[in-house]
Ligand binder design. Structure first.
Ligand code: MRU
Length: 326
C-alpha cells in the first residue's frame, strides 16, 4: 500500500494516526498543509519526513511558477520549523536548497526531480541496509524492535524493518517482538500492522516487558531505527530506545541501529547537542482522547532520547556496517 502519493499539484499521505483501523489519505495542496501533516504525525519517521518535506518544497514552487525560487525558500523555512530532531528533514531541505541558484531553465521541474530522487534513493538505501543487516543475524533469530522504522517511516521498505524483512526472507528472523511505543503507539498500530500484512510473526509487548523477555533468553538481537546520529555515534531515536540499549547490554544481546547516511549529523559530536522534541503532554495524560490521569497532574512528553555510542553494537547503513573503533 502506498503511503506517499505524488500528484504534481498535491501530496497524498496515508494518515498514520488512523491506522490500523482506517485507511484514509490526507490531501496536501500547499506547504502549510504539508507542514501541518508532519507536525501532527499524519506522516512520521525520519526519512519519510524528509521525503515529504522535499515534495512540499517542489509543490510550493509549482504553485508559484513566476517566483519559484522565492516560494521554495519560504517552503524550506516553514518546513524546517515542523519537527526538530530528525536529521533527515534538514538534510532533505538542504538538498532542495542546493537546486536553487543553479542555472536551471525549469526550476519547478528540477525541484520536482530532486524530491523524487531523494525518495528513490531512500528506498534503495533501505534495501541495501536490509541486505547488510541480515548478514549480522544468526539463523532463526528472535528480534526485538521499537517504534516504527518500517516502510511507513521511510520512502518504502524500512530501515530496522528492512533488516527484519530481508532477514525473514532468508530464514534469519523467526519472530519479532514489537514494543507498543507509548504514547503514540507506533509499535502497536504501525509496526504490528506492517509485519502482519507481510506474514512475519509478531508479538506485541509493553515497553516494560522488554527486560523480562531478555532475562528469559527470548531475544537474540535488538534492531531500531534512528532520527539523528552524531559523529561519535550517539543515536537519537524514539523515547525508550536508550532503556532498551542498557537492557540489551546487561543481557549481552547485540543492539543494532539501522539508518541511512542521511540520518548522520557530522556537525555534532555528542548526543547532548541533539535537539529533542517535546510534544504535548496530553499525549501522555490521555489515551484515545480520554484523560487517564487525575486532574492537576502534569505530564512530560519527550519524543526522543539519546543512546550513547558505547551501547550500540553496530550501525547498519546502506554503505555497510559501522563497528565501533577497537
Ligand atoms: O515520532 P516518530 O514516529 O517520527 O519517531 C520515529 C522514530 O523514532 C523512528 O525510529 C525513526 O524516525 C527511524 S524511522 C526509519
Amino acid at each position: 500500500m502506498e503511503h506517499i502519493l505524488w500528484e504534481g499539484n498535491a501530496v497524498l499521505l496515508l494518515d498514520q494516526r488512523r491506522l490500523p483501523s482506517e485507511v484514509v489519505y490526507v490531501r496536501c495542496e500547499d506547504v502549510e498543509a504539508v507542514a501541518r501533516a508532519i507536525e501532527e504525525m499524519v506522516i512520521r519517521g525520519a526519512p519519510a519526513i524528509g521525503i515529504v518535506a522535499a515534495l512540499g518544497v517542489a509543490l510550493e514552487a509549482r504553485r508559484n511558477p513566476r517566483r519559484p525560487e522565492e516560494a521554495a525558500l519560504r517552503a524550506i523555512e516553514v518546513l524546517g520549523r515542523t519537527r526538530p530532531t530528525a536529521r533527515n528533514l534538514f538534510w532533505a531541505l538542504e538538498r532542495m536548497k542546493g537546486i536553487l541558484g543553479s542555472p536551471f531553465r525549469d526550476l519547478v521541474k528540477a525541484l520536482e526531480e530532486e524530491a523524487l530522487r531523494i525518495w528513490r534513493e531512500d528506498v534503495e538505501a533501505n534495501r541495501a541496509i536490509g541486505l547488510h543487516g541480515s548478514e549480522l543475524l544468526g539463523p532463526g533469530s528472535r528480534v526485538l524492535t521499537h517504534c516504527n522504522a518500517g516502510a511507513l517511516a521511510t520512502g518504502g521498505y524500512g530501515t530496522a524493518l528492512g533488516v527484519i524483512r530481508r532477514g525473514f526472507e532468508e530464514g534469519k528472523v523467526r519472530h519479532v517482538y514489537a514494543t507498543e511505543t507509548r504514547p503514540f503507539l507506533q509499535g502497536s498500530r504501525l509496526t504490528a500492522w506492517e509485519l502482519t500484512r507481510e506474514g512475519i510473526p509478531v508479538t506485541l509487548i509493553v515497553e516494560g516487558a522488554a527486560g523480562y523477555l531478555m532475562s528469559r533468553g527470548m531475544v537474540d538481537a535488538v534492531i531500531v531505527g534512528a532520527d539523528r546520529i552524531t559523529s561519535r555515534g550517539d543515536v537519537a531515536n524514539k523515547i525508550g530506545t536508550y532503556t532498551l540499549a542498557v537492557l540489551a547490554r546487561q543481557h549481552s544481546i547485540p543492539f543494532y541501529v539501522a539508518a541511512p547516511l542521511s540520518t548522520f549529523d557530522f556537525s555534532l559530536l555528542g548526543g547532548d547537542q541533539i535537539p529533542i522534541e517535546e510534544r504535548d503532554p496530553r499525549e501522555v495524560l490521555e489515551v484515545g482522547g480520554r484523560r487517564i490521569a487525575p486532574e492537576g497532574v502534569e505530564g512530560m512528553n519527550p519524543a526522543f532520547d539519546v543512546t550513547p555510542a558505547e551501547f550500540v553494537t553496530a550501525i547498519i547503513t546502506e554503505k555497510g556496517v559501522l563497528w565501533p573503533p577497537l
